[in-house]
Design a protein around this ligand. Structure first.
Ligand SMILES: [Zn+2]
Length: 265
């Protein structure tokens, strides 16, 4: 366990980060809200079939996500339907397709949400046509992720909810809709950009990670490459991270200051 920890190679100091605040610094305000939410979930939440302690408050995901799930279940997110119930009649339509933005539409029925779920590495397909949010946690927490992602520390579904929600908010603040295919191409690259392809492999029985990387210029000509094997790796995801970190260290040594990383992690 201790050997699998990768400390900074450049001497960066360890630091405490308070996840609920944007700056990472603890504030009394966020501390107060978190302690209230953890100790004292609202009484009406006890009446649902959700096991609040096991599925939300003790779930293996961040406090930010726990509060986010709590807000959805309390109908406290400013979705179109919730705004409508509070007498606010504009901004009630789905930003992707124009349907009424109910919780179920936003997270399951909309084509955008269905695309997100279909791209997730679950071992079996989901039927999103009838699922309702309050019952979804019981179903989704049992889903197994396929290798090679190595996501095993906690369930993936809360992060998919978060992704769908933040993509929606991103679109509200910007002119172009979120896209699955064009995001990388829309950025303007610096003329000196070096492209770096990385990949990692992992063997469970030996806990050894193999990592490889190759640098090319924008025309595709090879500039440099490298590979290494590292013991004490704990997952395929860690192997991918080792590949990216090794590539970044070599890019610094080679003075590649404008880098685009392409990884399948
Ligand atoms: Zn929609």
């Amino acid at each position: 366990m201790i050997m699998s920890i990768r400390p900074s190679q450049r001497g960066a100091q360890d630091a405490y980060i308070w996840l609920p605040s944007k700056s990472g610094e603890y504030t009394a305000k966020t501390g107060y809200h978190i302690s209230r939410a953890l100790k004292d979930p609202p009484a009406e939440t006890q009446q649902t079939s959700i096991n609040w302690n096991a599925d939300i408050w003790l779930g293996h995901f961040s406090l930010k996500i726990k509060l986010f799930l709590w807000k959805i279940l309390q109908k406290a997110l400013p979705t179109g339907e919730n705004l409508l119930n509070r007498g606010l009649f504009d901004s009630t339509c789905c930003i992707h397709c124009g349907e009424l933005e109910t919780t179920e539409h936003l997270f399951f029925r909309c084509k955008f949400a269905q695309k997100v779920w279909s791209l997730a590495p679950f071992a079996k397909n989901l039927d999103l046509s009838t699922i309702i949010f309050d019952a979804s946690i019981n179903v989704l927490k049992r889903l197994v992720c396929l290798p090679p992602t190595g996501i095993s520390a906690g369930p993936l579904f809360p992060w998919l909810y978060w992704t769908i929600w933040t993509a929606r908010n991103h679109y509200l603040g910007e002119e172009t809709p979120p896209s699955f295919t064009k995001r990388g191409n829309q950025r303007t690259l610096h003329p000196d950009t070096v492209i770096c392809f990385t990949d990692g492999a992992w063997k469970q029985d030996t806990a050894i990670a193999g990592a490889g990387w190759i640098f090319t210029n924008r025309e595709g000509s090879k500039l440099d490459s490298g590979s290494l094997a590292e013991p004490f790796a704990s997952s395929p995801l860690m192997a991918e991270a080792i590949a990216i970190r090794s590539a970044l260290i070599h890019a610094l040594e080679k003075d590649f200051l404008h880098l685009q990383i392409k990884s399948d992690a």
